[in-house]
Ligand binder design. Structure first.
Ligand code: ADP
Ligand code: MG
Ligand code: ZN
Length: 609
C-alpha cells in the first residue's frame, strides 16, 4: 500500500520532469539560425522560401536549398496577415507552402492540464488509499477470532513427513501406530465399539522431534495436519484465544479424519490458579475452551488432538484427565545408535567425504538432541562450502560439535598478555583437576579462544550415554568446576571475575547434592523444596521453602562444607603438580588450544593421573 502510493507519486514526478525537459530541449536539439521577420519577408519576396511551418508564434522556415531557419511572429495575428502587413506580395506568398500546426499534441495537453489534474489525482489517490486501509482493517477485525492454523495436506509431498524421517524413537512410533491405524480406517474401530484416545501428549526435551513426530503421524495416516502453537491462541484481547480454539476445531472436524496439533501447550496449559492476575486471565479461557472442545467430541468423530510440551510438570491436571490427553508419549534424547541414525538422515542430501565416520560423531555427541544434530550437520556443510570444498569432511563435523555446543568462535575478542596468562592458568586448572580426579569425563579439548559467552573452555565429554551418576562423580565434578578458581589462587594468589560462572554452577550442584540426591551424610535421605509455584507470566517461578530454619541452616552448612572440600582437593592437586600446571599454561599461551590426544600424552608425561 505504502509502496503503491509512493509509486504513483514517483511516476507523476518523473512524468512532469520529462515533460519539462522535453519542452526545454526539444527546440534546441538542432542549432537553427533565427532570423527577423523582415529578413523572412525579404527571403519570401526573393523566392528563396519553400515552406513555413507555424506553431504558435514560432515559425519554422525551410529554404529551397533545404536550410532550416526559424523566426517569430506576434502571437495572435495570422501569419498571412502579418506577412502581408510586412509587404509580401500575394504572388510570392502563393509559392510558399504554409502549414499551421496545432501546438504539439500530448505534450501540450500535459503542460496545460497537469497543473489542474495533479491536485485532483492526488486527492483521488488519497481517498483510494484510505478506503483500502479501512477495508483491510475491517477484514482484520473480522478474521481476528479465526484460527491461524497452518495446514499440511497429505498431498503436499514436500512437507509430508513419514515415520522413516524420524530416527530412533521406536517405542513412540509403536504407540502412535495405533493412532495412525485409527485415522486410516476409523470405521473398523468404531464398529467394534473401541474408545479411541482423543488426545495424545508428546513430552520431551526441546529439539527431540516432538513437532516432527506429530507431523509424521499425520503423514503416515494420510490426513490433514492442523498445526498451531498455543501461544498463537493468545492475543491482547480476552476471548480471542477461545474463539480461535473453536474455529480450529471446526476446521479440523470439517476435514475429518484429521489431526490437530497444539505445539508448546504449556503456554496455555499451566496450572490454573497459579497466576497473579486473578482466576480469569486469557490463558485460562483458552485452556477451558480446549477442554470443552475435547469433551465435546463425538466418539465417531475421527479427529485426534496432539499436543507437545517440554514442561509436563507444569501442566494443569485437568488436561491430563482420562478422555483428554490421556495418551502420553515420551520422546527421549537420542542414544548413540539413534544419534547415528539422525546424522544419517540429515546428511542424506549432503555429499560426504570418504573419511566421514558418523558413528564417531555420534560417540562424541552425548546429550545432543535431534535438533542439535541437524544443526551440527548443517554447520559442517556451511563450513565446507565456505572453504569451497565439494564434500563435507570428518573434521568439518568434529569442529561443528564445539560450535553447536559452545557457540561460534569470537576471534575479535582480543586479550591482553596478562589476561591470556590468567585464562591459560584457569583452563589448565580445570583440565588437570579433571585428569587427576576419579570418575570424571575425559577432556576433549582445552582452549583459550573465546566461544559464545565463554572466554575459554575445557570441553569434557562422557564416553558413553549416562543415566545414573554416582556421588564420587559429583564430588569430582565439584572439584573440577573449582579447578579454575583454585588455579588462579595457586598461580597468582589473586582472584579474578573469570570464575564467577564456575562458582554458580558448582554451588547449584552442591545444593542439589544435599537437597535433592540425599548425598550428604549429615542431612541424610531427605529431599527438600520440590514444590515450585509457577507464575503465570512465564518461566520465572518462586521456590517455596517447605522446611524449617533449622534445616535451612544445616543445608547451608553442608553446601559450604562440600564447596570447601572441593576447593581443597583441587588446590592440592594443582600444588602437587605445579610443574604440569605451569607447562600446560605455557602451552596454551603458545598454541591457544590443546586437543585430547596431546593432553593425554601430557598427563602421562607429568604423571598427573
Ligand atoms: P521439538 O518440537 O521437540 O522441539 P522438533 O520436532 O521441532 O523438536 O525438531 C527440530 C528438528 O530436529 C527437526 O526438524 C529435525 O530436523 C530434527 N530432529 C529432531 N529429532 C529428530 C529425529 N528423531 N530424527 C530426525 N530428525 C530429528
Ligand atoms: Mg516443537
Ligand atoms: Zn572456569
Amino acid at each position: 500500500m505504502q509502496l503503491l502510493s509512493k509509486n504513483i507519486l514517483g511516476a507523476l514526478l518523473i512524468l512532469m520532469l520529462l515533460a519539462f525537459l522535453y519542452s526545454s530541449f526539444a527546440g534546441t536539439f538542432k542549432e537553427v539560425q533565427e532570423i527577423s521577420l523582415s529578413e523572412l519577408v525579404r527571403k519570401i519576396n526573393s523566392g528563396e522560401v519553400s515552406k513555413i511551418t507555424v506553431q504558435d508564434s514560432d515559425l519554422k522556415v525551410v529554404l529551397k536549398n533545404n536550410t532550416e531557419l526559424k523566426s517569430k511572429k506576434e502571437n495572435e495575428a495570422a501569419l498571412s496577415e502579418t506577412l502581408k502587413n510586412y509587404g509580401v506580395s500575394e504572388e510570392s506568398l502563393s509559392q510558399v507552402a504554409i502549414e499551421v500546426q496545432n501546438p504539439s499534441g500530448a505534450l501540450y495537453w500535459m503542460g496545460a492540464l497537469l497543473p489542474f489534474l495533479l491536485p485532483f489525482l492526488l486527492i483521488v489517490a488519497f481517498f483510494w488509499l484510505t478506503a483500502r486501509q479501512v477495508q483491510r482493517a475491517n477484514v482484520q477485525a473480522f478474521t481476528f477470532g479465526q484460527s491461524r492454523a497452518r495446514v499440511i495436506y497429505p498431498n503436499n509431498a514436500k512437507e509430508r513427513v513419514m515415520f522413516k524421517d524420524v530416527a530412533g524413537a521406536k517405542e513412540a512410533k509403536e504407540e502412535l501406530m495405533e493412532i495412525v491405524d485409527f485415522l486410516k480406517s476409523p470405521k473398523k474401530f468404531i464398529d467394534i465399539g473401541a474408545r479411541i484416545p482423543k488426545g495424545v501428549l508428546l513430552m520431551g526435551a526441546p529439539g527431540t522431534g516432538k513437532t516432527l513426530m506429530a507431523k509424521a503421524v499425520a503423514g503416515e495416516a494420510g490426513v490433514p495436519f492442523f498445526h498451531m502453537s498455543a501461544s498463537e491462541f493468545v492475543e491482547m484481547f480476552v476471548g480471542v484465544g477461545a474463539s480461535r480454539v473453536r474455529d480450529l476445531f471446526k476446521m479440523a472436524k470439517k476435514a475429518a479424519p484429521s489431526i490437530i496439533f497444539v505445539d508448546e501447550i504449556d503456554a496455555v496449559g499451566r496450572h490454573r490458579g497459579a497466576g497473579l492476575g486473578g482466576g480469569h486471565d486469557e490463558r485460562e479461557q483458552t485452556l477451558n475452551q480446549i477442554l470443552v472442545e475435547l469433551d465435546g467430541f463425538e466418539t465417531n468423530e475421527s479427529v485426534i488432538v496432539m499436543a507437545a510440551t517440554n514442561r509436563p510438570d507444569v501442566l494443569d491436571p485437568a488436561l491430563l484427565r482420562p478422555g483428554r490427553f490421556d495418551r502420553r508419549v515420551v520422546l527421549d534424547l537420542p542414544d548413540i545408535a539413534d544419534r547415528e541414525e539422525i546424522l544419517k538422515i540429515h546428511s542424506k542430501k549432503k555429499p560426504l567425504a570418504q573419511d566421514v565416520d558418523l558413528r564417531r560423531i555420534a560417540e562424541r555427541t552425548p546429550g545432543f538432541s535431534g535438533a542439535d544434530l541437524a544443526n551440527l550437520v548443517n554447520e559442517a556443510a556451511i563450513v565446507a562450502a565456505g572453504g569451497s570444498r565439494k564434500q563435507v569432511g570428518q573434521m568439518d563435523l568434529i569442529n561443528s560439535i564445539e560450535k553447536v555446543l559452545l557457540g561460534p568462535e569470537r576471534k575479535s575478542h582480543v586479550l591482553s598478555e596478562k589476561e591470556k596468562k590468567i585464562l591459560a592458568y584457569h583452563e589448565a586448572g580445570h583440565a588437570l583437576t579433571a585428569a587427576a580426579m576419579p570418575e570424571t569425563d575425559p577432556v576433549h579439548k582445552i582452549s583459550i579462544i573465546s566461544r559464545g559467552r565463554a572466554a575459554g573452555f575445557t570441553l569434557k565429554l562422557p564416553t558413553e550415554d549416562r543415566h545414573l551418576y554416582s556421588k564420587t562423580h559429583f564430588l569430582s565434578e565439584l572439584a573440577v568446576s573449582l579447578g579454575g578458581y583454585a588455579s588462579e589462587l595457586v598461580a597468582f594468589g589473586e582472584l579474578t571475575t573469570g570464575a564467577s560462572d564456575d562458582l554458580k554452577k558448582a554451588t547449584d550442584l552442591a545444593r542439589a547434592l544435599v537437597t535433592k540426591y540425599g548425598m550428604s551424610e549429615k542431612i541424610g535421605p531427605l529431599a527438600f523444596g520440590g514444590h515450585e509455584a509457577y507464575v503465570f507470566l512465564g518461566k520465572d517461578f518462586s521456590s517455596e521453602r517447605d522446611y524449617s530454619e533449622t534445616w535451612a541452616t544445616l543445608i547451608d552448612k553442608e553446601v559450604t562444607r562440600l564447596m570447601q572440600n572441593a576447593l581443597k582437593r583441587s588446590k592440592e592437586i594443582l600444588t602437587r603438580h605445579k610443574h604440569a600446571l605451569d607447562a600446560l599454561a605455557q602451552k596454551l599461551i603458545k598454541d591457544e588450544t590443546v586437543e585430547r590426544d596431546e593432553f593425554a600424552k601430557f598427563v602421562r608425561q607429568y604423571g598427573v593421573a
